[in-house]
Design a protein around this ligand. Structure first.
Ligand code: KIV
Length: 273
């Protein structure tokens, strides 16, 4: 993406509000290390979410539940070292913010302090979570909310299911979104939500909605990097559009190198001292 000079300064949470006001879409992509953090940043996205999707996308776990705060700080610190401009949002993992407001403040504070992130993301919109978000914001920690399908509750939800299909569920999502705005969140991820429901929520609140499987009318979109690149070629949810097929390219490249090593054509004179 081509950016003017004024667009080269680091993105802040204030820019999120401004972009919604101007009706400009926000682009958020996940990354988990310095190499891809740099490449994603150089592509001109607004924010990089160091998602706890690292658990499933990179670490090989069946869900995000085994991911710890130490894992997240490790990955977010690496992303920090690769990124110059995009806002870095660190996803708070399971059990790092649910037990009490005090532990949430201390753990989110640690994530900001040790990983150098500009904001945190937490899942849920219950009254208890709204109190936590309020306390975090009062402490000076910008918070992105996350409602709809919340992967850390996969065991109570019973799988990755679309949320808010029925009127009652849709009403609950609207109440949660309003509550998160009132509590001081600067943006809200809507995951696996019918397009009509996210459209209503987006129109009703003053902070940006960032959709994943939530239709076109959110204020922005987020996707998981290895899915978009086709590196994770076994994951094919309805909402995902792949913009590359890199898994095949990786296998082909390594396979070609292995053939050259085995038949003695690598390294040749050009690649030797
Ligand atoms: O962990 C993650 O990558 C996320 C996004 C899918 C929103 O929470």
């Amino acid at each position: 993406m081509d950016k003017g000079k004024s667009e080269q300064r680091p993105v802040t949470v204030r820019d999120f509000a401004e972009r919604k006001r101007k009706g400009e879409k926000l682009v958020v992509m996940t990354a988990y290390d310095a190499l891809f953090g740099r490449l994603v940043d150089e592509s001109g996205v607004d924010a990089i979410l160091v998602g706890d999707s690292v658990g499933t996308a990179i670490m090989g776990y069946p869900s995000t539940l085994p991911v710890t705060l130490d894992h997240m700080i490790y990955h977010a610190s690496a992303v920090r070292r690769g990124v110059k401009r995009a806002l870095i949002i660190i996803d708070m993992p399971f059990l790092s913010y649910q037990a009490s407001i005090e532990s949430a403040v201390l753990n989110c504070g640690r994530a900001i302090q040790e990983a150098g992130s500009g904001a945190v993301k937490v899942e849920g919109g219950s009254p208890e979570m709204l109190d936590t978000v309020h306390a975090l914001v009062r402490t000076g920690i910008p918070v992105m909310g996350h409602i709809g399908f919340t992967p850390q509750s996969v065991n109570t939800i019973g799988g990755a299911r679309v949320q808010g299909r029925e009127a009652e569920g849709a009403e609950r999502l609207s109440t949660e979104a309003n509550g998160l705005e009132q509590a001081g969140a600067f943006a809200i991820v809507l995951e696996l939500v019918p397009a009509a429901v996210s459209e209503r929520i987006t129109a009703a609140i003053g902070i940006p909605t960032i959709g994943i499987g939530a239709g076109a009318n959110c204020d922005g979109q987020v996707l998981v990097l290895p899915d978009v690149l086709g590196l994770n070629d076994t994951f094919e949810p309805k909402f995902l559009k792949r913009y590359a097929e890199m898994a095949g390219e990786v296998r082909a490249a390594i396979g070609a190198w292995a053939r050259d090593v085995r038949n003695g054509t690598y390294p040749d004179a050009e690649h030797s001292f």
